[in-house]
Design a protein around this ligand. Structure first.
Ligand code: HEC
Length: 149
């Protein structure tokens, strides 16, 4: 049984490794699309265009958290070329990129903490939890994402 469990987890690990190695650009862009969808839902509620819903709020925060935890693995050396807007600064100044990413992770983890089991109780609680997380989007893009052509 133990042997089966080990080989199964090895299989999962190698599948993930192959996917990332195959196309890290596609994976990180997909993670960013999930960020964008969640930011869209969050800002619709913050602007009052959509009724506040703690379940949606919690889902948005959970997405930011998982993206923040995952994205660091998808910027390997050499993935600066191709269909990507990732800026050369990511590889030229890796410490600064790591710090920027670490702040996103910290803020997202704090929002998860604040949102509790059932999501933030009301719109104001959601605003307090999510605004710091959202500030990371443009902060990172400014330095580490190339402008549109
Ligand atoms: C730590 C840095 C960082 C943070 C934080 C970050 N992004 Fe990004 N984002 C990037 C980089 C780098 C790219 C370019 C990726 C590529 O083209 O390979 C990108 C690309 C994108 C894209 C374009 C994806 C595509 O399909 O080409 C969207 C949309 C996006 N980000 C939204 C967001 C939102 C919304 C947030 C905040 C919730 C966010 N990002 C937070 C670094 C970041």
């Amino acid at each position: 049984m133990k042997k089966i469990a080990i080989s199964f987890s090895f299989l999962l690990f190698s599948a993930a490794a192959v996917t990332a190695a195959d196309d890290p650009i596609a994976v990180r862009q997909a993670l960013m699309q999930a960020n964008a969808a969640s930011a869209g839902a969050a800002s619709a509620m913050l602007k009052g265009e959509m009724d506040y819903n703690p379940v949606v709020a919690k889902a948005a925060i959970a997405t930011f958290h998982s993206t923040a935890e995952a994205m660091g693995d998808f910027f390997p050396e050499g993935s600066n070329v191709g269909e990507t807007r990732a800026a050369p600064a990511i590889w030229e100044n890796p410490d600064a990129f790591r710090e920027t990413l670490a702040k996103f992770r910290t803020d997202a983890a704090a929002a998860v903490e604040a949102s509790g089991r059932d999501g933030p109780a009301d719109l104001e609680a959601f605003r307090l939890a999510v605004m710091p997380v959202l500030s990371n989007c443009s902060a990172c893009h400014e330095n580490f994402r190339l402008e549109d052509d």
